[in-house]
Design a protein around this ligand. Structure first.
Ligand code: SF4
Length: 229
């Protein structure tokens, strides 16, 4: 569901306020979020597509601040896909242990980089179809990579985007692929990447999972969450 506003007098009625279309409503929300978070950006530290790929895999169930602490030394030691592919499993697990779920993440990063070496000449591919063939890479990670590493339009749906878009009444589903499709259908491709950052910034700074700061929220007036405070 991508909702429209309710008119006091009914849509199209004489003297009624015009009902905002779903597209207009989304754009209004994004305009307000852009004013509130003008510098919204990817908060993972990276200097190459490979570093962003590794950092994004590490960021599952972990804060970006913690990932940035870990990758500071990790990226000095492992500089290429071949380096990660050949990492000693036990040593690598220890190096990323503090990001949580470290066994699975270590396995995915090594397998992912082995595939990069084997099938892509050690480079991170630039298309969704190729990226999602990599172990540990789903559409969220692929979209984040495409936009932040290559400037290719992509709308990444993480846990913050799921929560914020649902509470605002922009969608009515927890399925990330359906949310991605619904939002992308309403926005020009050039805006997908920034929209991702703005929803994530709002989710991290205001619309927290527990105890969202509704009284201080910039889009409170048009938020449709019945439980908003
Ligand atoms: S009013 Fe509350 S629930 Fe709605 S977007 Fe703002 S913080 Fe989130």
């Amino acid at each position: 569901m991508v909702g429209a506003g309710k008119s006091k007098h009914g849509a199209g009625g004489r003297g009624s306020a015009r009902v905002a279309s779903p597209r207009e409503r989304l754009q209004e929300i994004l305009r307000i979020l852009a004013r509130t978070y003008p510098h919204a950006h990817c908060e993972l530290d990276f200097s190459t597509p490979l570093e962003l790929l590794v950092a994004t895999i590490l960021s599952a169930q972990c804060t970006d601040a913690r990932v940035n602490q870990v990758t500071q030394s990790l990226f000095r030691k492992y500089r290429s896909a071949a380096d990660f592919a050949g990492a000693d499993p036990d040593t690598f697990e220890e190096e990323i242990r503090s990001t949580g779920f470290f066994r699975n993440k270590a396995k995915n990063i090594r397998a992912c980089c082995q595939k990069l070496v084997r099938d892509f000449g050690g480079a991170v591919p630039r298309t969704m179809d190729e990226l999602v063939t990599l172990p540990g890479v789903g559409r969220k990670t692929a979209n984040i990579l495409l936009y932040n590493a290559y400037g290719v339009p992509g709308f990444g749906v993480d846990t913050h985007v799921v929560r914020v878009t649902n509470r605002l009444g922009l969608v009515d589903t927890e399925d990330p692929e359906k949310i991605e499709a619904a939002i992308c259908a309403l926005l020009p491709a050039a805006e997908w990447g920034q929209a991702t950052h703005r929803f994530i910034f709002h989710g991290r700074r205001t619309c927290h999972a527990r105890q969202p700061d509704c009284p201080g929220c910039c889009v409170r007036a048009i938020c449709r969450w019945p439980e908003k405070r």
